[in-house]
Design a binder for this molecule. Sequence first.
Ligand code: PYC
Length: 316
Amino acid sequence: MPTECRTARVIDSHTEGEPTRVVVEGGPDLGSGSMQERLEIFRSQFDSFRAGVCCEPRGSEVVVGALLCEPVDRECVTGVIFFNDIGYLGMCGHGTIGVVRTLAHLGRLQPGRHKIETPVGIVEAELLDDGSVRVRNVESYRYKSAVPVEVPGFGTFTGDIAWGGNWFFLIGTHPFELTLANRHQLVQVSHAIRESLARAGVTGADGAYIDHIELFGKPVHAENSSRNFVLCPGASFDRSPCGTGTSAKMACLYADGVLKVGQQWRQESILGTHFVGTVQGVGDRVLPTIQGKAWITGESTLLFDETDPFRGGILY
Ligand code: PYC
């Protein structure tokens, strides 16, 4: 934990059930390079700050952190680096909705469109009058379709590999019940799938590690298009429908000719909450938008006492 970080002011929210903890003051100084360069500085020099904010005893494996930074591009309202209990995220859809809701709560932005800089590109977020937020994500695409993977103890699964701001393996056919009551089995099998993909050398573009596994099934609410279960990096699952996961899904549906430009895709989460998504076509890729709502749940100051053995989190 950097000695200069003794306190951090954070605002907590949840987006359709998934928590975001925005660091609004007290984060480490990452310099003035690109967001990708700042992410590398964060990772190599201040990783204990990430763990101190997200891990127990101050956080938990389900918390996604968001460090606000001065944007490089002055047209952006803020820069942001997303992180969790085990590392860093390229983009985060539910987290972006949480950031916008937090900035509105602080009086730092008004309803309307705002650009936000992330390590994987600029996204645009619109705060709507009803308090919901529509995020136009980074360009998303299907990288490979119908990839089989043998998973010891579970059998063979076939999935698509797609980019939606993070790398996903998306599986439509499986025997598992997508219910909250069945979450332990879902975590176990999707964890085994992720390990099997890595062992078999199945990756995203340029050898990128596939850190999100997404299972699909029928929605519980008839107005929705599909239900998902998303394993996040680490051992936690997304309580929201996952903004980057919904983007990756829509890129696959678009590539299959199933989702047309402007058509709505309502992605239901494991909790029964939903995001409304649409795509714009960009050649064989898409520019996805996802819309959902966040609620502020707390404002606090985290304290990192120098004598606390867990000021940098409990590391499993
Ligand atoms: O909403 O993109 C998302 C997300 C990624 C990990 C957790 N949520």
